[in-house]
Design a protein around this ligand. Structure first.
Ligand code: NAX
Length: 326
């Protein structure tokens, strides 16, 4: 049996974690032979609910769950952590400006960055889920200089998975038949869902769909605004599908992407496709041996490039709003 890995999870008493933690403890993220210790962080008022989550996790008798550490102390939660699932964030309140939300959540991530820098494993792999996810990951990275920026990512896999379903439905196909779909940019409505290079059963998706108006005017906005559609229908934001995407993101990063396919991850830009170096930008990536690699040199048309630049601009503006936190 392998040594257990320490998985720090923030916002552990919230909606997403109520789906996420049980799947991590059941081996779906790191493999059925990898024991885990869950180090669960919450704010003090949520500790009682967190206690109940820990009780339920114990009551599942998961063979791979080798320990639970519920705490309101971030230094305890991130001590020697091998992985960080950063879900906890403040929700946008009534009348709150986006810039206020950016700054409030930015403060959470600048403080977590400093703590991670101090107490976590130097090889910690992090996914930021709490919104605005890309900019929170950027702020965290700037506050954790001893952690390789390659190890700090943000979640766009939910957007990717949403796109797979919409495309499969239009093509009269199954999600398993779709490969090489891309989400470029920010996890926001400026994201760019791109089927240019996608394959449906090995055939070029644009010719299978053969409907550019649908692709641009229906598919792209449906994927980008799916979060709001779920909120309108459920009265709360996506939780189980977000948790599933976090499982997929970490699973593929650690255990590898499927042969002949790629996925979408928001990672530190290396300047590929003319995007400012260092911004946390969603790219098509393959993963092998715990390392991601951006797929470079894909041909992009002017329409997609224009949208990619808009998303980059939004990320630059978000970063500039939070300058004092870095
Ligand atoms: P909940 O409000 O149910 O849970 C958030 C939890 O975080 C709460 O229990 C709260 O007490 C805790 N928390 C707040 N500040 C904290 C801090 N400083 N340290 C530790 N815990 C803290 O929200 P939930 O539905 O679970 O969503 C969590 C975050 O995910 C939100 O920011 C949400 O916007 C974001 N999402 C991101 C998605 C993505 O694809 N990147 C999709 C789903 C989701 O919208």
């Amino acid at each position: 049996m392998k040594q257990p890995v320490r998985v720090a999870v923030t916002g552990a008493a919230g909606q997403i974690c109520y789906s996420l933690l049980f799947r991590v403890a059941n081996g779906e993220m790191f493999g059925k032979d990898q024991p885990v210790i869950l180090q669960l962080l919450e704010i003090t008022p949520a500790l009682k609910v967190l206690e109940a989550v820990a009780m339920e996790l114990n009551d599942c008798a998961f063979p791979l769950l080798h320990g639970i550490v519920p705490t309101d102390n971030a230094e305890v939660a991130f001590k020697d952590a091998d992985y960080g699932l950063l879900v906890g964030a403040k929700p946008r309140g009534p009348g709150m400006e986006r810039s206020d939300l950016l700054k409030d959540n930015g403060k959470i991530f600048s403080s977590l960055g400093k703590i991670i820098d101090k107490v976590a494993s130097k090889n910690i792999k992090i996914v930021v889920v709490g919104n605005p996810a890309n900019t929170n990951a950027y702020i965290l990275s700037k506050n954790a200089p001893s952690i390789n920026p390659r190890n700090i990512t943000a979640l766009t896999r939910l957007d990717h998975n949403r796109g797979l379903h919409q495309l499969a439905e239009k093509a009269g196909s199954k999600v398993a038949d779709i490969k090489k779909f891309i989400i470029w940019g920010n996890h926001s409505t400026t994201q760019v869902p791109d089927i240019t290079h996608a394959l449906v059963n090995g055939k070029a998706a644009p010719s299978v769909v053969n409907d550019q108006a649908w692709t641009r005017d229906t598919f792209m906005p449906t994927v980008a605004k799916r979060g709001a559609a779920v909120i309108a229908a459920r009265g709360a934001s996506s939780a189980a599908s977000a948790a599933n995407a976090v499982v997929d993101h970490m699973h593929d990063w650690v255990l590898g992407t499927a042969d002949g396919d790629w996925t979408s991850m928001a990672v530190a830009s290396d300047g590929s496709y003319g995007i400012e170096k260092g911004l946390i930008y969603s790219y098509p990536v393959t993963c092998k041996n715990g390392e991601w690699t951006i797929i470079t040199d894909l041909a992009t048309d002017d329409f997609i490039v224009g949208k990619m630049k808009e998303s980059e601009k939004e990320l630059q503006e978000e970063r500039d709003t939070c300058k004092e936190l870095m």
